[in-house]
Structures are given as C-alpha cells and as structure tokens.
Design a protein around this ligand. Structure first.
Ligand code: C2E
Ligand code: MG
Ligand code: MG
Length: 392
C-alpha cells in the first residue's frame, strides 16, 4: 500500500486557479497509471492525496522500485496551457503481512510512513517500520549479551530422546540449546537462534554445541546416537567440517554416533559447496537428517539431491494427524523415505492417539513430550538407564 501526497500542489492551485489544479491532477493521475502494472490500483482519495495498492509483488523491493518511478515521473515538469509547473510527490509505503492484514491498519501504517517522507524533505518515500528503533536496540543488546553469555557459559544443552515406535527403546538423543539469561531468564531458541544467525554468533555457538554434545554422548551406551542441529549459516561458512572433526577427536566419539540435523534452508541455498561439505561429512560416517520436513517448501527434489539418513516430519503434521489429509501426507513421506532408504522420525508426539496414528502410517521412530521433553544431561542418563531396565 502506497499513500501519496503531492508536494507544492496548493501553490499551483492558489496561483493558477482550480481549473489548472484539476488539469494538473489529471496529468499526475495519468503518469501514475503509466508506472503501475495492470493489476495494481490507483485511487484519488481527495485533494492531492492518492493511494495505490500493489498486488502480486515478486519481492518487496518491487514496491520500492515503483515508488521511485512514481517520484521520478510526477516530478517531471507539467505544461498547463503554456504554464510550466513542477510538483513532487511524497510516498509512505507499507507491506501487508499476516499480522497487519486489515485495510484500516495498512492504511494507517502507510500514512505514518507518509508523514516521515514529508518530514524527510518531500519528494521521497519512506517505508513503515514498527518501532524500528526499539527493535534494533533490543536485538543489539541481546546480541551483545549473547557474546558475553558464550564466554560465561550461560548456554546449556538439553537432550530429548528419540524412541523406537515399536519397542519404546531409546535410539538417540537430540541436543537442543538452552540459554538462561541472567536477568531475562529463559530465552527460547526460537528467539536467540535467529539472532545468533543474523550476528554470526551461531558459528562459535555451533562449535560449542558440537563439542558439548559429543563430550556428553561418549558416556552413553554405544548404540545411542546424538543429534546436533546445524544452521544453514554454519554450512555456508567454512569450518563446519573442521569443527565436527575436532569435536569427534577431542571426545573420542565415533563419527557414526553423531547425527547432524539440517533444515531445508540448507538445501535451498542450492550451493555445490554446501552439498560437497555434507557429502564429505557423510563419508566420515556422520549421519545427516533433514529436519522439519513438511514446513517451508518441502521440495521433493531436496530428497533426490542428497542421500539423507533420516527425514524428520514436522510437528505440524503430527498435530493434525487425525485429519485424513495430514495422515495421507505422512504416509506418502514414509513411502518415499522407505524407497530412498531414509528413516522417518515423527516429531512432536504428545498423545497416545498421535503415537498410534503415526505408527499406523508407518513411522518407526518418534520423538515428543509423550516420551520426554528435552531434559538436562544427568536426567537423560537416568532416562536411558530406566529405559534399559524396562526393556530388560
Ligand atoms: P527442532 O530441531 O525441530 O527441535 C524440535 C523442537 O520441538 C524443540 O524446540 C523441542 O523442544 C520441541 N518439541 C519436542 N517435542 C515436542 C512436543 O511433543 N510438543 C511440542 N510442542 N514441542 C516439542 P526447541 O528446543 O525450542 O528448539 C526449537 C528449534 O531451535 C529447533 O527445532 C532447532 O531448529 C533450533 N535449535 C535448537 N537448538 C539448536 C542448536 O543447538 N543449533 C541450531 N542451529 N538450532 C537449534
Ligand atoms: Mg532438530
Ligand atoms: Mg524439527
């Protein structure tokens, strides 16, 4: 949504009269129409105010490009019956998202941005940003805290069991990062992982997680694997392979007991270097799992491009498994996984009903609160001992 307001229109109206003003508005409207695309809409709201709705944007930057073109064409001299005048246009721009989808809200935001454009000297555009300053300041502080936190050892790993759906035996543990902030308390990975990725701190954090998880897993029974999540940012930078090798070497853990979980954002980078790195890790014996399958694009071509050892079906499908459509998708993914030799893990099992249903669709490995939430390392060791006792 673009809120537009002409600059210096009043001067034209006052000096040359209303007829000239009307003619000028028509010229401006024509020029605007010449810039927007057939499926966009421009409307005159009254006076010298226009609103433009842009639809089907391939990328948000297109809105900016259109705003720039609008500014360029409107500020060209205008001939009004021999009188050449010049006006400008200020534009406030906002993008509709799921959170600000109502027309009123959108227009309010575009209007706030328009005021900023006017304040910035007119004949320019501004994009609406909610409390941008506040947000940046907060993230900046948290980012700084995070640097300190790595040094001070405020991060911990929690471990969540992955269980054989038929026998209930523990097959592996997934290491999940936890941050206990000195003043803000527990901060969820959903908050600090994206921030760590943005700031690059995910690289030292990831190195630490690998070291820590391997050091812990060496105390477990030899058939139990440890899974560590790896961010796309870590794979994009050099050094992941070296970190993995060093974590294995310093802990003494065999490569075959380590599993790395990557999300499809890794595959979306479509980079040969990333794939080559995954292949090299795999040839060392490290297992590679595709995490959160079913969210995002879930392109089947990712499954062809790399021989994953495991596919983890996202909790979203498990949550809806009572719905026949969701169940059909799970069944299909299980079928594909079987054909390609990739094991399937169903994530986020919370109830016995969900367990029964994913089992019925052919999932052999399961993980979720029904078995255990992520727990501290000493509890994970107890959990293993108890599970072994049960099995015996
Ligand atoms: P993920 O790898 O898909 O991990 C599974 C998430 O689902 C975990 O959230 C886990 O606590 C949660 N979960 C497990 N079972 C259930 C269940 O039955 N019900 C519900 N509602 N949730 C369940 P968590 O620990 O908050 O981690 C969130 C995400 O943060 C992870 O998703 C992973 O993508 C990322 N993450 C966590 N630790 C690391 C790490 O060390 N490195 C990187 N790169 N990412 C990490
Ligand atoms: Mg994971
Ligand atoms: Mg997952």
């Amino acid at each position: 949504m673009l809120a537009c307001d002409l600059d210096r229109f009043k001067a034209v109206n006052d000096s040359f009269g209303h007829a000239a003003g009307d003619a000028l508005l028509r010229v401006v409207a024509d020029r605007m129409q010449g810039v927007i695309r057939p499926y966009d809409t421009v409307a005159r709201l009254g006076g010298d105010e226009f609103a433009i709705v842009l639809t089907y944007l391939d990328a948000p930057c297109w809105a900016i490009r259109i705003a720039e073109q609008l500014i360029a064409v409107v500020s060209e001299p205008i001939d009004l019956d021999g009188q050449v005048v010049e006006v400008g246009v200020s534009i406030g721009l906002t993008l509709a998202t799921e959170q600000n989808a109502t027309a009123d809200e959108l227009f309010k935001r575009a209007d706030i941005a328009l005021y900023e454009a006017k304040a910035a000297g007119r004949n320019t555009y501004r994009e609406f940003e909610i409390d941008a300053g506040v947000r940046i300041a907060l993230r900046g502080q948290l980012g700084l805290d995070m640097k300190e936190a790595i040094r001070r050892g405020e991060f911990q790993l929690a471990y969540q069991p992955v269980v054989d759906a038929a026998t209930g035996a523990v097959v592996s543990f997934e290491a999940l990062m936890r941050w206990h902030h000195p003043t803000q308390g527990k901060i969820s990975p959903g908050t600090f992982i994206p921030l760590a990725e943005e700031t690059g701190l995910i690289v030292p954090l990831g190195v630490w997680a690998l070291q820590e998880a391997c050091r812990e897993a060496i105390h477990w029974p030899a058939h139990i694997h440890v899974a560590v999540n790896v961010s796309a940012v870590q794979l994009r930078r050099e050094g992941l392979e070296a970190s993995v090798l060093s974590a294995l070497a310093s802990s003494g853990l065999p490569a075959t007991r380590l599993k790395l979980e990557v999300t499809e954002s890794v595959m979306m980078q479509d980079s040969d270097t990333v794939l080559a790195c995954l292949h090299r890790l795999r040839s060392l014996g490290v297992l590679i799992a595709l995490d959160d399958f079913g969210t995002g694009y879930s392109s089947l071509s990712y499954l062809r491009r790399f021989p994953f050892d495991k596919i983890k079906i996202d909790q979203a499908f498990v949550r809806d498994i009572a719905d026949p459509d969701a169940a059909a998708i799970v069944r299909a993914v299980v079928g594909i996984g079987e054909r390609l030799g990739m094991g399937i893990v169903a994530e986020g099992i919370e109830t016995v009903e969900q367990l029964d249903l994913v089992r019925r669709e052919g999932c052999t490995l399961v993980q979720g609160f029904l078995f255990s939430p992520p727990i501290p390392s000493h509890e994970a060791r107890k959990y293993m001992a108890a599970a072994q006792g049960r099995a015996a």
